[in-house]
Ligand binder design. Structure first.
Ligand SMILES: CSC[C@H]1O[C@H](OP(=O)(O)O)[C@H](O)[C@@H]1O
Ligand SMILES: Nc1ncnc2[nH]cnc12
Length: 290
């Protein structure tokens, strides 16, 4: 298989990409186990892409159970350099309405039970994460959304994605606290993914699709899955259009991102002191620097 440079991770509601042609399923094994599901490899307008359903195609993995390291490693293994993450989010701000699209540029980490790094076991690295999203990739998403003119849907460029552990939704006190902290949207998945993608030198950007007002809004009921199902379906259709257009634009201009050399000044352990087993496990990530 030749390298597939563009990867897509689909979240709640986006379990497949109907526009894919020449589709095949690829079962991948990584040093971190199996990803959430088989990779679905196919073409969008002649451009090969790899799609992965974050929670599995039947949504059987909780946000805590998603094998984030295996997912990112699997994308790296097949050659992905640009990763688009589509995610359902709650809105923490009145101006972000359900069905609106948000391209966050910051995260607040409220996760508790995740492994969000490839480092450890004899190798220490501290990735720079001040700008956690690849602004160029997010820019291509923005251009694509604007060119689609989706009716009644606003695009919010920038914003802070609060990543909570879940799977229960927030309490009202938490939701209001996140608003006070400057949160724009809330979800349960994107922060570990963004960190691991950065460690894997993959340019990563989030396409967040609002489904609800969480539980802080005095004029809206508190979020339940039942309440957001219809929005998840509408969002899935919008996400597919946006992703298809983004792949068109991106494939015409595969830029170099800072993310592609993110490990350069990151690893503090001398590489000749790293245990061989760890080096082997991370070979794919480290080989440029060995
Ligand atoms: C079904 S609502 C909660 C669920 O939806 C989001 O998933 P994803 O980020 O994969 O689209 C949120 O993070 C929760 O996992
Ligand atoms: N309100 C919410 N909180 C956390 N994750 C979500 N995903 C969609 N809506 C959400």
């Amino acid at each position: 298989m030749s390298d597939i440079k563009i990867g897509i991770i689909g979240g709640s509601g986006l379990y497949q990409m109907s526009a894919l042609t020449n589709v095949r399923e690829v079962s991948v094994e990584t040093p971190f186990g199996k990803p959430s599901d088989n990779l679905i490899v196919g073409e969008l307008d002649g451009v090969e892409v790899a799609f992965l359903a974050r929670h599995g195609r039947n949504h059987h993995l909780t946000p805590t159970e998603v094998p984030y390291r295996a997912n990112i490693y699997a994308m790296k293994q097949i050659g992905v350099e640009y990763l688009i993450s589509a995610s359902a989010v709650g809105s923490l701000q009145a101006e972000v309405k359900p069905l609106d699209l948000v391209l966050p540029d910051q995260f607040i980490d409220r996760t508790k039970s995740r492994t969000s790094t490839f480092f450890g076991k004899g190798i220490v690295g501290h990735i720079a994460f001040g700008d956690p999203i690849c602004h160029q990739l997010s820019g291509v998403l923005a251009d694509s959304i604007e060119s689609l003119n989706l009716p009644d849907i606003s695009l919010h460029k920038g914003g802070t994605y609060v990543c909570m552990e879940g799977p229960a939704f927030s309490t009202k006190a938490e939701s209001n606290m996140y608003r006070m902290l400057g949160g724009t949207i809330i979800g349960m998945t994107n922060l570990p993914e963004a960190k691991l993608a950065r460690e894997a030198e993959i340019a990563y950007a989030t396409l967040a699709l609002a489904t609800d007002y969480d539980c802080w809004h005095p004029d809206h009921d508190s979020v339940t899955v039942d309440m957001i199902i219809a929005n998840l379906h509408k969002n899935a259709s919008n996400a597919q259009q946006v992703i298809q257009q983004t792949v068109r634009k991106l494939s015409a201009n595969l830029f170099v991102s800072d993310a592609h050399s993110a490990l350069k000044y990151t690893i503090i352990t001398p590489l000749d002191k790293v245990p061989d087993a760890t080096k082997q496990k991370l070979e794919l990530l480290l080989k440029k620097y060995l």
